[in-house]
Design a protein around this ligand. Structure first.
Ligand code: PLP
Length: 485
């Protein structure tokens, strides 16, 4: 039933439904020495047809085998750009599992939770130091929620001044969460075209007294530093607007440049990108926000304060935008991030940035002969190629699928949208030169295959458990439930 190849490796794994054997059960209880007491018949559920019948060991082996199919940053190089899949040192996991942190109940009274409050307070101070913002809120559960909290504070600031505005300027290189956040906050999005980086003239052309904010990512999603950022902030401020920075790419700045010093008013951090906490299937992550002085009255509730040697939650803040997350955010992620920052130290964080930038530029130098580079400026922590130079009618998707045959997770593809057939590669600081060379060798071999043997690319992946999926049929005629036929 379970197919294997000649080396005994599993090639496929049937569903639990397909493995079902009539009469098998997961556990048995000893005979009761008291008469059975049946529950109210009304409460009994109907017979479930086709419910899998399996032993405990069948189920354990099924899930254990499936778990070995996962490709994760602990099993191989993971060059997704914009997502920053960097290795998370295990010492941070040990810290997060300390019983005093892991078993704390969120409703424990403040007086008994002092260690947890102190950790959050210190993490806020550390993030303030890294970013140059005077105040930090740790609550948001992800970057996208940090954006929402930040933009709600911007809206509250304008409202408090009796000056409600209606528009937000967003460059065309932005991540989709930026316009989504602006729309959620009730703003009309004004797109602005950039030529690699955003020019002051492009912002001046759309800036007006109707604009509440500019949302900008620095370095942007092309991996380029927004060199006009100071002048752009000044221009937006002169006309009464604020500047939001999407901090997802802080990996390229940490320890070197502080967004708060550049004139930014609000920025979110993605702790699961920059501060080495796990990305897990959409969560949990953490997206703290850093804010300028003038936004402090609007911080989400509660705010952690320190009086003498004790820590408190302050709920007495009449202008607050309110709570953005139940309790205090994803505390376990905060412990990991704090542990990472302490382990690295200021010099270590700076070194991480330098290595991330060096690694991306090394990849760029090795691949730019074989892959087209639409923007020639020096890259920061990620590099974006296009499909333009690929031979044999091959596309970005073919390169991505072929990389799977070479044992690598594909990079981010078709993002940012301003590059046709984008291949966005972010090696991160945690990879060795040897690993990066292996990856570049694979990319160069694939570019050569595209010219000489394009069919191999178009058929890829050939060595994976699943071949290329028919995504159109899967989307149009989805099979969402197993049925016995
Ligand atoms: C990842 C990312 C986001 C969203 O962050 P999440 O933590 O996934 O919600 C926003 N902008 C950019 C540029 C990103 O890379």
């Amino acid at each position: 039933m379970i197919s294997t190849d000649s080396r005994g490796l599993m090639l496929d794994e049937p569903l639990l439904f397909e493995q079902s054997q009539p009469g098998r059960i997961g556990y048995s209880l000893p005979d009761a020495d008291v008469p059975p007491a049946l529950p109210d018949i009304e409460l009994l559920r109907d017979e479930i047809t086709d419910f899998p019948e399996l032993s405990e060991v069948d189920v354990i082996r099924h899930y254990t085998r499936l778990s070995t199919w996962n490709y994760g940053v602990d099993s191989g190089f993971y060059p997704l750009g914009s997502c920053t899949m960097k290795y998370n040192p295990k010492v941070n996991e040990v810290a997060a599992r300390l019983p005093g942190f892991a078993e704390i109940h969120p409703q424990t009274p403040e007086a008994l939770n002092q260690g947890a409050l102190e950790l959050m307070y210190r993490l806020e101070r550390a993030l303030a130091e890294v970013s140059g913002f005077p105040a930090i809120c740790l609550q948001p559960a992800a970057g996208a929620q940090g954006e929402l909290a930040g933009m709600l504070m911007i809206r509250a600031w304008h409202e408090a001044r009796g000056n409600q505005r209606t528009k937000v300027i967003i460059p065309d290189t932005a991540h989709g969460t930026n316009p989504a956040t602006s729309a959620l906050c009730g703003y009309e999005v004004v797109p602005v075209t950039s030529t690699g980086i955003l020019s002051l003239d492009a912002v001046a052309a759309v800036m007006s007294d109707e604009v509440a904010a500019l949302m900008i990512t620095n370095p942007n999603t092309l991996g380029l530093f927004e060199a006009n950022i100071r002048a752009i902030c000044e221009l937006v401020h002169e006309q009464g607007g604020l500047v939001y920075c999407d901090g997802a790419n802080l990996n390229a700045l940490m320890g070197i440049s502080r967004p708060g010093d550049l004139g930014i008013d609000v920025m979110h951090f993605n702790l699961h990108k920059t501060f080495s906490t796990p990305h897990g299937g959409g969560g949990p992550g953490a997206g703290p926000v850093g804010i300028a002085e003038k936004l402090i009255p609007f911080l989400p509730l509660p705010v952690i304060t320190k009086e003498g040697d004790s820590y408190h939650f302050d709920y007495q803040r009449p202008q607050s935008i309110g709570r953005v997350k139940s309790f205090y955010g994803h505390f376990g992620i905060l412990v990991r991030a704090y542990s990472y920052i302490l382990a690295m130290g200021g010099e270590g964080l700076k070194k991480a940035t330098e290595l991330a930038v060096l690694n991306a530029n090394y990849i760029r130098a090795r691949l730019e002969g074989a892959y087209a580079l639409p923007y020639k400026e020096r890259s920061l922590h990620e590099v974006v190629f296009s499909e333009e130079k690929l031979g044999g009618g091959c596309h970005t998707l073919d390169v991505a699928k072929r990389l799977i045959d070479y044992g690598f997770h594909p990079p981010t593809i078709y993002f940012p949208l301003v590059v046709a057939g984008a291949l966005m590669i972010e090696p991160t600081e945690t990879e060795s030169k040897q690993m990066i060379d292996d990856f570049c060798d694979a990319m160069l071999a694939i570019a050569a295959e595209a010219r000489q043997d394009p069919d191999t690319l178009k058929q890829a992946p050939t060595r994976a458990r699943r071949r290329r999926l028919d995504e159109a049929t899967a989307a149009r005629k989805p099979k969402l439930r197993w049925r016995s036929e």
